[in-house]
Write a protein that binds this ligand. Structure first.
Ligand code: PEP
Length: 260
């Protein structure tokens, strides 16, 4: 079994004091000796304070987005170097809200991924189909296309830096979760695509997180699926007790298993 990862995406929530409260709760609730890799993604304005607050903890601070260019006249944008200068070494790219609301294309995301790699950053790369795709049974085609256009031109060695997040758009923030079987089916499909392109050894190493209305009451079953390596959590990551419960579900799913 691969080591579990649980990442909280706080989106455009939490001002500075609300984040401090959340971080205090998390640091209190989470056992120190946890094997699960825990990440949180605050807004840009809170990144540095989060980094400082979590320096002594085993919680990593990641960014929700970044610009594809290194620097220049791009008013309102944040570069990879800026993120690195405040202690952030991982960025979420391709979240469905970025794809849909901000019209980020597969090509743009490929460019962002290239910039992140050039800056020695890790990437949580999100893929997932819309409800209309699933209704037409084209979810596999959509996910394959996102993966192919976004990441399949990278070298095998670049994949060391990738974490994938399968997030069916119809399950994000809706309270409707993919069933554990639906999640497993897609994760196995994704792993198989990676295996065909880069070989089985790499495919077996790549973490694939599930995202979409993961809550304390469904996390256990989802994380028990063999190809689900943890979760990308939205709403439930905003409450310290719920996020902790989800992390502990990931932690418990590793009990008695050999971690590769
Ligand atoms: C997300 O935004 O990545 C997400 C999974 O949100 P939620 O958990 O709220 O569905």
């Amino acid at each position: 079994m691969r080591k579990k990862i649980v990442a909280g995406n706080w989106k455009m929530n939490c001002d500075l004091s609300e984040m401090e409260l959340l971080l205090t709760g998390l640091k209190q609730d989470l056992p120190k000796s946890i094997r699960t890799k825990v990440m949180v993604a605050p807004s840009f304005t809170n990144l540095y304070q989060a980094f400082r607050s979590l320096r002594e903890s085993n919680i990593e601070v990641v960014a929700q987005n970044m610009h594809q260019k290194e620097e220049g006249a791009f008013t309102g944008e944040i570069s990879a170097n800026m993120l690195k200068s405040v202690g952030v070494n991982t960025v979420i790219l391709g979240h469905s809200e970025r794809r849909t609301i901000f019209h980020e294309s597969d090509e743009l995301l490929a460019e962002k991924a290239k910039t992140a790699l050039r800056n020695e950053m890790k990437i949580i790369f999100c893929i997932g189909e819309e409800l209309s795709d699933r209704k037409q049974n084209s979810q596999f085609e959509v996910v394959k296309s996102q993966l192919t256009k976004g990441l399949f031109h990278f070298e095998k060695s670049d994949w060391e830096e990738f974490i994938l997040a399968y997030e069916p758009v119809w399950a994000i923030g809706t309270g409707e979760t993919a069933t554990p079987a639906q999640a497993q089916e897609m994760h196995a499909f994704i792993r198989n695509l990676i295996s065909q392109k880069y070989g089985e050894t790499l495919a077996n190493k790549i973490p694939i997180l599930y995202g979409g209305s993961v809550k304390p009451n469904n996390a256990v079953e989802i994380f028990a699926q063999p190809d689900v390596d943890g979760g990308l959590i939205g709403g439930a990551a905003l409450k310290a007790d719920e996020f902790t419960a989800i992390i502990l579900s990931a932690e418990n799913s590793m009990d008695g298993k050999r971690i590769i």
